[in-house]
Design a protein around this ligand. Structure first.
Ligand code: GLN
Length: 224
């Protein structure tokens, strides 16, 4: 007789599907070879090892979290161990303090300033070495990005540039003010998958999609 052991360990990374750059994250998770899904309803949270809150417009996401009545279920899932990564607007939602505005989820001890670089026209790309994430420089895309102004003692700063922090993490939360899903680089997604206790594809370390073009994220997505 064969004994099948069924594990109930959460094994999926969800992408919050309310507004913003959802498909681009889903496509990176597919490249990474981990299980993924869109998350929109309270029942979607049941099997999540991790949740990505994408970039978009934080004030809009803030309102939609309440309209879809998923703020409380998200906080409950986090309390039972679900890791969360916020990119850009997602990082704003996770912050303890948003300069001059109300905070939303208050799950990581950072102070963040919305639109810290100026308007949409002040968006830019660059690259940086983040030793904790990859041995190769990581391409960075900043779109009307916030600046992390300061972090609490328990927070690990992953990348500091000039007068701001661009990436930081606690044991359970990762925040980046830039958009790794809008580059061909999987390093941050791999880092998050490992943080969630999942096994990303072995060759994803230092992997940069050779077919990636800067226009790749403007195409129609294949993922329904
Ligand atoms: N400026 C946006 C906000 O404040 C964030 C932009 C982004 O996510 N790329 O919500």
């Amino acid at each position: 007789m064969t004994l099948h052991l069924v594990s109930n360990k959460p094994s999926v990374i969800g992408v919050l599907d309310l507004q913003g750059g959802v498909h681009e994250h889903l496509e990176h998770l597919e490249r990474l070879g981990v299980a993924y899904k869109k998350v929109k309803q309270p029942s979607d949270f049941a099997d999540l090892a991790g949740l990505i809150i994408p970039g978009g417009e934080s004030s809009c996401l803030f309102r939609l979290l309440n309209i879809f009545e998923i703020k409380e279920v998200l906080l409950q899932a986090h309390r039972r161990g679900m890791k969360i990564w916020g990119t850009c607007a997602g990082a704003i939602l996770l912050a303890r303090e948003v300069v001059g505005e109300s905070s939303c989820l208050n799950l990581i001890d950072i102070v963040i300033e919305r639109n810290g670089f100026g308007s949409q026209l002040d968006s830019f790309v660059s690259e940086a070495l983040i030793p904790a994430i990859s041995a190769k420089p990581i391409p960075l895309t900043f779109i009307r990005a916030p600046k992390i102004i300061s972090v609490g003692k328990e927070i690990n700063v992953l990348l500091k540039i000039d007068d701001y922090i661009a990436a930081a993490e606690s044991e359970n939360i990762l925040v980046t003010v830039f958009h790794p899903e809008l580059t061909g680089c999987l390093a941050l997604h791999r880092h998050f998958a490992l943080k969630c206790g999942l096994n990303p594809a072995a060759d994803s370390h230092d992997y940069i999609d050779p077919l990636w073009k800067s226009s790749s994220w403007t195409r129609q997505s294949r993922i329904a």
